[in-house]
Write a protein that binds this ligand. Structure first.
Ligand code: PGA
Length: 253
């Protein structure tokens, strides 16, 4: 059984001072909740305070990126070992904003995934197509290329330690989420790639999230689909109340 996972990607939002009340409020709302695995991914500058606040709760910590080198003269970068040491369990890798603004290639994302696994961080690996790629009927090709680049570094025993997130780029931050049916269809396709490469058992155990304009109103319908195992949530994770409603999608409101 795949336990639902909701990860809040704060992106470049919230100072240290602003992070504290948000985390405290979230702890009040979902700190002891067990039916969903809850992860917050604040900016690097808030990781330490987050770790201090969430200890003894069910909320886990994630980072938004890492650099694949171990250490050294890489000004401005953060290593996997640093993230492990500060208490991260997860790290988002290959987010479309990094692939886009920062020109991260699939090969680079794959190197980062490898490095994360060495340090026992669970990568949340993002894949997804642009609007024009979808309109040109190439959505599956893009998802396949981005996913298979990861497969080149992923050993069968490691697959269950990673999470995939299907994030169609046109749905991110736009308020226009994919329909539950379309999201599920692509996630089923992604799972079929896993079946092909690693076998049915591994594929059935691997969690695949949907991301892109997830909110408290659309989460139930998304989670009702057969293959959607959770969500990577941007905007709606910046308010404790809305993220908590997403985490508690199973509860009656
Ligand atoms: P959004 O972002 O929920 O604000 O659309 C999702 C993401 O980029 O992970």
């Amino acid at each position: 059984m795949r336990k639902p996972l909701m990860a809040g990607n704060w992106k470049m939002n919230k100072t240290l001072t602003e992070s504290i009340p948000l985390i405290k409020e979230l702890i009040n709302l979902v700190g002891t909740y067990q039916d969903t695995e809850t992860v917050i991914c604040p900016p690097f500058t808030s990781l330490w305070v987050a770790r201090e606040l969430i200890q003894d709760t069910n909320i886990l910590l994630g980072a938004q990126n890492l650099y694949f080198q171990k250490e050294g003269a890489y000004t401005g970068e953060i290593s996997a070992r640093m993230l492990q040491n500060i208490g991260c369990s997860y790290v988002i890798l290959g987010h479309s904003e990094r692939r886009g603004y920062f020109q991260e290639s699939s090969a680079e994302v794959a190197q980062k995934v490898q490095e994360a696994l060495i340090f026992n961080l669970k990568p949340i690996i993002c894949v997804g197509e642009k609007l024009r790629e979808r309109e040109a009927g190439k959505a599956q090709d893009i998802v396949r290329e981005e996913t298979e680049a990861i497969f080149t570094v992923l050993k069968p025993a490691e697959v269950q330690r990673v999470v995939f997130a299907y994030e169609p780029i046109w749905a991110i931050g736009t308020g226009k989420a994919a329909t539950p049916r379309d999201a599920n269809e692509m996630i089923q396709y992604l799972r079929s790639l896993l079946v092909h490469k690693y076998g049915v058992r591994v594929a059935e155990d691997t969690r695949i999230l949907y991301g892109g304009s997830v909110n408290p109103e659309n989460i139930k319908a998304l989670m009702a689909e057969s293959d959607i195992d959770g969500a990577l949530v941007g905007g709606a994770s910046l308010q404790a109340e809305s993220f908590a409603r997403i985490v508690k999608f199973k509860e009656k409101e």
